[in-house]
Write a protein that binds this ligand. Structure first.
Ligand code: SF4
Ligand code: SF4
Length: 168
């Protein structure tokens, strides 16, 4: 499951998908007190196990990309798991299957390098902290690191703001 953000709701229908970056050392899993977020043998960071997740929200606060979403009524975190039910049987994730412009691509790094002029990067810099991911973002130029400004952090939902206020 991915979620879609409107980039400027009042003036445009343009949207940006938020997919899990499948971090090499996922902060979401490391802060989970219930050990509800598992990583498979290929490095796919799975969604929360419903029987374990207690809806505490730690993962939503820890993720640098703003990916996990809390479903308060279900006490469950949900996030993109690369459509594990599809990829486990050799199919592409649904987002990459239906994207009409090919903005989302599922395949190897070598395949996407052959198709695009931009360069796939999987080293993202948040301030002084570098995060290595299994998903890649396409970026122009020859930089090895992709710096993310704090201002680009996606807005938090009301539930996440309340949780943050309660914790701090
Ligand atoms: S992008 Fe966020 S939710 Fe996905 S693995 Fe990294 S820390 Fe976890
Ligand atoms: S919301 Fe669920 S998956 Fe996320 S940290 Fe809390 S128990 Fe773990």
């Amino acid at each position: 499951m991915i979620h879609i953000e409107y980039t400027s709701r009042a003036t445009s229908v343009r949207t940006a998908p938020t997919v899990c970056m499948h971090c090499a050392e996922p902060a979401c899993a490391s802060v989970c007190p219930a050990d509800a977020i598992k990583i498979d043998a290929d490095g796919v960071v799975l969604g929360a196990m419903a029987e374990r997740c207690i809806g505490c929200g730690n993962c939503a606060l820890a993720c640098p990309f703003g990916v996990p979403k809390l479903h308060a009524e279900q006490h469950l975190m949900r996030k993109c798991d690369l459509c594990y039910d599809r990829t486990a049987i050799g199919q592409k994730p649904m987002c990459a299957t239906v994207c009409p412009s090919g903005a989302l691509f599922y395949g190897t790094r070598e395949e996407v390098e052959d198709l695009r002029r931009a360069r796939p990067l999987n080293h993202v810099l948040f301030g002084e902290q570098a995060v290595r991911t299994r998903n890649h973002l396409m970026a122009p130029g020859h930089a090895d690191l992709l710096p993310i400004a704090g201002a680009l952090t996606p807005p938090r939902s009301r539930a996440e703001q309340q949780l943050e206020e309660a914790l701090w």
